[in-house]
Design a protein around this ligand. Structure first.
Ligand SMILES: O=C(O)C(=O)C[C@H](O)[C@H](O)COP(=O)(O)O
Length: 207
């Protein structure tokens, strides 16, 4: 995969995961895969994240694993070294954009305003994360900007629930949605993989 638009073809929902234990990475990825989810965003918010990315890449090759919460250039490099197949950032500073570009990996920079989206487009970036989706205006916002910014497609993330996801996915400028609801912290802590598999199955059927 080298085009970020291809991320949108991996399925309607990108699970956003916070992993405290690298040992949970492989059983989690397998549970998501059994439920029909082929993509996973491991957020770089915990010390276990890079090892988790490495393990999923090595042991669950049918899942496309990427890194989320990329907020520094160094994190972009580290994620690429750990085998991340894509990068996702909540924002779009020049430094982070440069670093993500340098990895050669497909990436989704985060934007929340029209000017941010236009700045990204000026760099040739047309696949973007819309974050924080619900707080920044949600479905009506994305619908409003589809006219003036017809070349851009978004992965809205932030505050999206299974009940809200369908409305986003019906918009022409939405490629997929991201969310942490598929991997609740208590299910992860308990190793409740069947619950996660069921949540994944419902999410995979969303579009
Ligand atoms: O970590 C990142 O890169 C982010 O930008 C934030 C996450 O995508 C959201 O926190 C997920 O949102 P929830 O589904 O509301 O939990």
């Amino acid at each position: 995969m080298n085009n970020p638009q291809e991320l949108f073809d991996l399925g309607p929902v990108v699970p956003v995961v916070v992993l405290d234990e690298a040992a949970h990475a492989v059983p989690l990825a397998r549970a998501l895969l059994r439920g029909g989810i082929r993509v996973i965003e491991v957020t770089l918010r915990t010390p276990a994240a890079l090892a988790a990315i490495e393990r999923i890449g090595a042991e669950v090759p049918d899942v496309v694993v990427g890194a989320g919460t990329v907020t520094t250039g160094e994190q972009a490099e580290q994620a690429a070294k750990s085998g991340a197949k894509f990068l996702i950032s909540p924002g779009a500073t020049d430094r982070v954009l440069d670093a993500m570009e340098q990895t050669g990996l497909p990436f989704l920079p985060g934007v929340a305003t029209v000017s941010e989206a236009m700045r990204a487009a000026e760099r040739g970036l047309t696949a973007l994360k819309f974050f924080p989706a619900e707080a920044a205006g949600g479905v009506p916002y994305l619908r409003s900007i589809a006219g003036p910014l017809p070349g851009l497609r978004f992965c809205p993330t932030g505050g999206i629930t299974p009940a809200r996801a369908g409305a986003y996915l019906s918009l022409p400028n939405v490629g997929c949605v991201g969310g942490s609801w598929l991997t609740p912290a208590d299910a992860l802590a308990e190793g409740d993989w069947s619950r996660i598999e069921a949540l994944a199955r419902d999410a995979a059927a969303l579009r």
